[in-house]
Each structure stands twice: as C-alpha cells, then as structure tokens.
Design a protein around this ligand. Structure first.
Ligand code: NOJ
Ligand code: MG
Length: 582
C-alpha cells in the first residue's frame, strides 16, 4: 500500500470506530405510523378508576387526553385479555375477551371510540408464542380433544438408565428452570419457553396459525390500529428437541438460569419470519377491504441486528413494519462512540424500504432514568424523538419516572419470584411497572382506593405530571416540545449526520432542503465540557445556532443564540438547536 492509501485507510477505520457517518434524506410520502410516536401503557399501572389499586380501561379512557396532549399518535396497551395474570396478561386465557380486572368489552369499545375522537389509534399486544394453561385450547389439548390435540408442543420425554422419566431435552425457560412441564392427565411433557403456566403453542400446526389470524381480524373489526407482537423469535423449536450447548460467553453458572445455555434450537428459527409475513398479509388484507389505513405491526425480538432486520420481510412478502430496535435499551454507558456506532449499525442494516424506530425503555427493562441517569432523561428523549424514524415511549418516560424499590415480599413478577429472595432484584421487572405518578395526592393520584398492586415510588411527591406541567422547562414540557419538533419535515424526512468528539460528546444534525435544520448535542459524560467546537466535525455547520429545547437543568434558554465553535455543555446536558438552511 502506498502511504496515501494507508493514511486514507486509517482515516476510514477511525471514522467507522467513532461512528461518524451520514445518511441521506428520505424521499417519498410517509405513512401515519412513520410519523408517529407510540406510547406504551402498562394497563395495570396507568390510572385506576374503581379503587382496587389496579389500573383499568375506564381509567385509561378517562385519561387518554394525557397521551393526546403529549402528541403521541397511538397508545399500545400491554395485554388486557382474559388471563389468570401469572405473567400479568402475557398468559392469555381467551384471545377474544377482556379481563374483568380491566373491565368489559364495552369498556374497550368506549376506549376505542374516545381514541377515535382524539385521533389516536389503539394498538393491542398480541401473544402468538404461548397461551395460558387456562385457555380452552390447552384444556382440550390435555384431553386430546381434536382438533386441539396438537395445538401445543407435547412430548413423551425420555427414560434414563434407571427407568426414570426425563424431559425430552435440557432446555431452560426464559424465567428460569426447565422449559418442560409434565402433565399427568395427558401423560406427556409440554414445552413452555416462559412460565409453566404459559404453554407454547405449536405454530407448525396450520390450524393454530389460522386461529391466530382470526384473532387479528377480531380486534381489527373492533377498531384497533395494529398490534405489538410478543416474543416472535421464540415461536419455533428445532425438530427432535436436541439438547442445547452451554453458553460459555454469558458467565452464568446457575444451571437453572436461562443464560446457562446457548439457545440455538429454541430461538431465531428461520420459520419465525414467515409467520410474521402471514400476519402482515392478514392486516394488509383488512385495510384493503375496509378504509385503506395501514394496521401496523410492531414485533418484539431480542436478537442480533441481522435477525431483527429479517422481520421486515421482503418487498414481495413484507413482514413487520417495526421490528423493535432494542439497541438503546442495552446500556451503552456514557460512551458517545457506543451511541454513534449503535445508531450506525441500525441505519446501515435497514433494508431498502425499512423504516427505523427508536426507544429507550419498556416494561421488561429497568427505567431509563435508572439504567442511565435521571439527569440524562431529557437528552435521551431528544435522541429517540429526533433521529429519523418512529419514536416509542414507555409510560412515565415523559416525566422521568425511576425504578421503584420493591421488597421480596412485595414482588409479583414471575421472573423475580423464580429467582428467589437472594436474586430477585437481578431479575424482577416490578421496579419499572409501578403506578403512574399523576400528582402529589395520595398514591400519586393513581387510585382513590387504599392500596396499589405495586407500591408507588416515594419520589411521586415531587416527581409527577401535575408538578411538571406547572414548570416551563420540565421533563414533560420538554417531551411535548420534542414531539412537536418531530412534526417538521426536517425531523421526519431530513438527512442524518452523526458525530462524536472525545468519549462524551454525541451530536447529530438533520437537514432538509429549504427547511430549518436541527442540531442535537448531548454531553453523555459527568464532566462539564467547554469550548466544544462542532465545526471540527460537521461540514457546513453555520457559526451560530438558536437554542430550541434544553435539558431541564440547562443554563442556556430557548431562543438564545450560541456559537457552534465554542459551546459549553453541562454533564448530562442535551440541547436541540435550530440551524439555518444553506
Ligand atoms: C415478552 C414480554 O414483553 C414479557 O413481558 C413477557 O413476560 C414475555 N414476552 C412472555 O410473554
Ligand atoms: Mg381498577
């Protein structure tokens, strides 16, 4: 290699490793879900209307203005189906009924009607991998009543040298312990990738797929705007149930912990993608025969970036509109290059017609304020709202809700309970599921009863919707401003340039012809940064920029002008600035 080639090569490597990269503007029309913010409601924890300490549909309906006022376009509800609630609704006993804890079908229709008046869509959670063991299909399958006999994954198991019965394989469930459960009545084992009360449906059985497709129609007929589909990469297991090898990378030594094995036979089976394509064909067919409005599919798979992208399907057979992007859920630390590289990884792997989505939290991961830092909440919302793509928020992120300390005695989540009193805190998802903090009234204004299903975070006295609404520069008002900036052509379709300076400074610009550009600057570090010169990393950046939105503790205020050659950023500070177009 000549010297110049070597220098250019080294520069290219450096550019790739710090994540500095550019992507073009989006051309074409955007559909409603591409412009949207989706707001996830955990239905037990939003607003209780009847004093039992658990939120319900009426509480959600009566307070839907909150979602509307944030500027979100859709509310995704974690499951509200009839359920014994072993996994808080992800164990469905009837796919076509509402659980009485949440209300009635009429309450649901009232919710959809209210949403319609506000121009919001209601998104149902949909769980195809498993049902509850209380589902009629499972009860009949146990009794070998056709056509249900093969609706679940059954096996005789093995017999060891001493003649003792053994499960068919060494598989471990996500919640810990064996993934096989013996059923005396049927005289066979059934598979459960999650709780024993959540038997895996047999998706290789076309009758089961048909049942699931009919469920989609059932809810679309009731007016839902789409579905979030649960655990899609768990839908198939390898034939013959071969043992899985040890996972030598995870560092897990407890043989009952899911991380103990490498899940090469129970996860990411290529047949998963085809099923999503069938779901998509069904929702597209529904739209085609009704109002032509897209019913959106969002899919949940914790998997590699390559596998995540496969859920988009192909141009001929499209799949998910939004395979969830869990990149920012992984704690990226305080490293600007981790953020930049992660974003680059997602953007570069998107298929030609794929559309990005960004989120920082959900009901299965600790609250973003606790995973990163409470002071970073505004900056992280700036990132997910202003990168090109759909934004997804988990209730409470708009006010910076934090994890709540839950004692072992108070623990409800099966994943926490299975881990036992010494380890429940490592596994439990209860801390991120506590009641929404509306005000400083008793129980944060969540209920008028005298208890709540999980304790309210004691910080509700100051950290609540009402208090923040009264303050101009508060998490909630910052959030609302971000959502309104998203409505500009620059935020929706503009190009993207991501840059870093040092380990802590993360920045990106968005530009769109003839429109004001956007510059987002975040100090991910714990040290104040002075004399930051963004001109060294961005081409064609104007010398001055106008502050639009700041973190709640910023010293600069909206409307001020700052020099892009000499900026000061406090630790954890995020700024959104307007830049004049060229
Ligand atoms: C993923 C869901 O998000 C989680 O809450 C649930 O426990 C499992 N899937 C099983 O349905
Ligand atoms: Mg209630």
């Amino acid at each position: 290699m000549c010297r110049l080639t070597i220098v250019l090569f080294l520069m290219a490597v450096a550019a790739a490793s710090n994540g500095n990269q550019d992507w073009p503007a989006f051309e074409g029309e955007l559909d409603w879900w591409q412009k949207a913010v989706f707001y996830q409601i955990y239905p037990r924890s939003f607003k209780d209307s009847d004093g039992d300490g658990i939120s319900d549909l009426k509480g959600i309906t009566d307070n839907l203005e909150h979602v509307y006022n944030l500027g979100a376009a859709a509310a995704w509800l974690s499951p509200i189906y009839k359920s014994p609630m072993k996994d808080f609704g992800y164990d469905i006993a009837d796919y076509e009924a509402i659980d009485p804890i949440f209300g009635t079908m009429d309450d649901f229709l009232a919710l959809v009607a209210k949403a319609k008046t506000l121009g919001l869509k209601i998104i149902m959670d949909f769980v195809p991998n498993h049902s509850s063991d209380q589902h009629e299909w499972f009860r009949k399958s146990v009794k070998r009543v056709d056509p249900y006999t093969n609706y679940y994954v059954w096996s005789d198991g093995k017999v060891d040298e001493d003649g003792n019965r053994k499960p068919p394989s060494n598989w471990i469930s996500v919640f810990g312990g064996p993934a096989w459960q013996w059923n005396d009545e049927r005289g066979q084992y059934y598979l459960h990738q999650f709780d024993p009360s959540q038997p895996d449906l047999n998706i290789t059985n076309e009758l089961v797929v048909d049942e699931l497709l009919n469920v989609l129609d059932f809810w679309m007929d009731k007016g839902v705007g789409g579905f979030r589909i649960d655990a899609v990469n768990h839908m198939f297991e390898a034939d013959g149930f071969p043992d899985e090898p040890r996972n030598n990378q995870s560092g897990v030594t407890d043989p009952n912990d899911y991380g103990y094995l490498d899940h090469i036979y129970t996860k990411d089976d290529p047949r998963c993608y085809g099923v999503i394509e069938k779901f998509r064909a069904r929702v597209d067919a529904f739209a085609a025969k009704t109002d032509g409005v897209t019913r959106v599919l969002m899919t949940e798979a914790y998997t590699s970036i390559e596998n995540a992208m496969k859920y988009f399907g192909t141009p001929e057979h499209p799949g998910s509109h939004m395979p969830f992007n869990f990149l920012l859920i992984n704690n990226l630390g305080r490293s600007a290059s981790n953020f930049a590289n992660g974003i680059a990884q997602w953007m570069d792997n998107l298929p030609k017609k794929g559309w990005a989505n960004w989120l920082v939290g959900n009901h299965d991961n600790h609250r973003v304020a606790s995973r990163y830092a409470p002071e970073l909440v505004d900056a992280l919302n700036m990132i997910i709202m202003l990168l090109p793509g759909t934004g997804v928020s988990y209730y409470g992120e708009e006010i910076g809700m934090e994890d709540t300390f839950i004692t072992w005695q108070q623990t409800q989540d099966p994943q926490g309970c299975n881990a036992g009193p010494d380890h429940y805190m490592e596994k439990s998802r209860d801390p991120e599921r506590t009641p929404f903090q509306w005000s400083d009234a008793p129980f944060a204004g969540f209920t008028e009863g005298n208890s709540t299903w999980l304790p309210v975070n004691p910080n509700y006295v100051t950290l609540n919707v009402k208090a923040q609404e009264l303050v101009t520069v508060s998490h909630i008002n910052i959030y609302k401003q971000l959502v309104s900036v998203r409505e500009t052509p620059t935020a929706q379709q503009g190009d993207l340039s991501v840059r870093t300076i040092g380990e802590s400074l993360f920045a990106f610009t968005r530009n769109f012809p003839d429109e004001e550009g956007l510059l987002v600057v975040v100090n991910l570090g714990l040290e104040e940064m002075n004399h930051v010169n963004l001109q060294t990393v961005f081409d064609k950046l104007p010398e001055e920029a106008t502050v639009k939105i700041t973190s709640d503790f910023s010293k600069v205020i909206a409307g001020e002008t700052v020099s892009t050659k000499d900026m000061t950023l406090l630790p954890n500070e995020g700024l959104v600035l307007g830049i004049s177009s060229e």
